[in-house]
Design a protein around this ligand. Structure first.
Ligand code: ZN
Length: 462
């Protein structure tokens, strides 16, 4: 997605290509993207000349000779091409501005999210979303930023991507700025100190200037202009470097999802102030994840057991009430949790989603309480069998995935005298491929306990 630096690259390119050109006609190929109306756009701009190309945050602002102002937001993948009038349109072309000199500026957008809004010089700022934009890092003072952050308990990564707080930082440069400033992305914004706010601003300015100088980043399919690629993607130290070693300290970079966006950071260089390192252990049934978590506990890492937390929650009145509402009255039978009935109810996908949507945030709360109650510790371990999708991933700095072959796991269940077939069936949907792709370390537990322990001892933990 184009951010400030990429939009600035587009702005410069357009200035070179379209400044002083007069529009003789406009082809609107997709009316939906012209928020202020396609007819108004044509009426307002035919006969007008491009006079000035501005930018604020990620918004392009085109000023015309007749006092009209056109705002363009590229959103995910919007881009411009310079064609000739009459050239056949590409499949994803949305608008064509035909110029008097026979050239045509074409707006192309694969994702079709880009927008145009037409205003006049007098009202474009007030009437458009620009009025809600915060200042760009170049204009913001540390006191102003600090003041705004003080009022928010959202994670700092989310706060600095909020365009009303600071304009221009998107996912890529927010990761880069926090890495450079050595700030953990999940730090609550109100816990950011004045010095840290200063550091965020200084690094934002430095990184954005560097990115602008290098023509922005060309990530995935985004090109600022046909045939032109930015070079900044080669200078990124955090964004997109999941599980690769930190360039400063060698620790594997960790990725968590904040507000639905991937956030990559170094758990060591960007350690969260006032919190221990959080190592999660996950894995399918009888993979040995408990053995791993308990072994770490024996080595002095306080352990949180998500399954035990669920059991405690099941004793709470409010939880039981909700359980009956979601899964039916029989979920609690004679004062006890009716496990067979509940497992049966949970085979209904919709019910399961509803129930977990209620339960997981409560487990996350318990895990957060546990982490906060161990502020003085260097590390803690979260044993969460189904980590991914539970919402607890955001709390972690490192993830160990434990697995063993299906036959070995089945034998372990049998040894405990349990119904192996049923247990294995219940665990069939375990998202192992996803976990493997995302965990920091993968521990194969096909051997004996001694082998497993020596493998854990070899892990370069935080
Ligand atoms: Zn590091």
């Amino acid at each position: 997605m184009p951010e400030l630096a990429e939009v600035e690259t587009v702005r410069k390119a357009l200035e070179e290509e379209a400044l002083g050109k007069r529009i003789v006609s406009i082809d609107v190929l997709r009316k939906k993207n012209i928020l202020t109306g396609a007819e108004k756009l044509c009426l307002g701009l035919v006969g007008a000349t491009f006079m000035k190309f501005d930018r604020l945050g990620k918004h392009l602002i085109f000023h015309f000779s007749n006092g009209r102002v056109l705002l363009c937001h590229l959103r995910m993948e919007g881009k411009y091409f310079l064609d000739r009038v009459g050239d056949p349109y590409r499949k994803q072309d949305l608008v064509g501005f035909n110029f008097q000199d026979g050239s045509r500026l074409t707006y192309n957008d694969v994702r079709k999210f880009g927008t145009f809004e037409l205003y006049s010089e007098d009202d474009y700022f007030q009437k458009s979303s620009l009025s809600k934009l915060g200042k760009e890092p170049f204009a913001l003072t540390k006191e102003e930023l600090y003041g705004k952050l003080q009022r928010s308990s959202r994670p700092i990564k989310e706060a600095i991507m909020d365009q009303t707080i600071i304009a221009g930082l998107g996912n890529i440069y927010a990761d880069e700025v926090l890495f450079a400033a050595r700030i953990n992305p999940r730090t609550p914004a109100k816990e950011i100190s004045l010095e840290q706010a200063d550091s965020i601003l200084k690094e934002s300015v430095r990184i954005l200037y560097q990115a602008i100088a290098l023509g922005g980043s060309t990530i995935k399919s985004y090109h600022p202009k046909e045939g032109v690629s930015g070079m900044m993607q080669n200078r990124l130290h955090a964004y997109g470097r999941k599980n690769r070693d930190c360039e400063r300290c060698g620790t594997p970079m960790h990725t968590i999802f904040i507000n639905g966006r991937s956030s990559t950071y170094c758990p060591k260089c960007q350690k969260q102030v006032g919190r221990p390192f959080v190592i999660a252990v996950c894995g399918p049934i009888h993979s040995g994840k408990s053995t791993v978590a308990k072994y770490l506990e024996s080595k002095g890492y306080p352990r949180f057991d998500a399954d035990a937390a669920v059991k405690t929650l099941y004793e709470e009145k409010a939880v039981r009430k909700q359980m009956k509402l979601t899964l039916g009255n029989k979920a609690v039978y004679k004062g006890a949790i009716n496990v067979p009935y509940i497992s049966k109810q949970l085979s209904d996908k919709k019910k399961k989603a509803e129930w977990l949507g209620y339960l997981y945030p409560l487990v996350k709360e318990k895990a957060e309480e546990f982490i906060l109650s161990h502020k003085e510790e260097e590390h803690v371990v979260l044993e969460v069998p189904l980590l991914y999708g539970s919402g607890l991933e955001i709390l972690t700095d490192m993830v160990i995935l434990v697995d063993a072959s299906a036959s070995i796991r089945e034998n372990r269940i049998k040894e405990e005298g349990k119904d192996a077939e049923r247990q294995m069936k219940l665990n069939k949907g375990y998202p192992l491929a996803y976990a493997k792709a995302n965990a920091t370390y993968f521990l194969r537990n096909d051997g004996d306990l001694k082998t497993l322990k020596s493998r854990i001892d070899e892990l370069p933990l935080l």
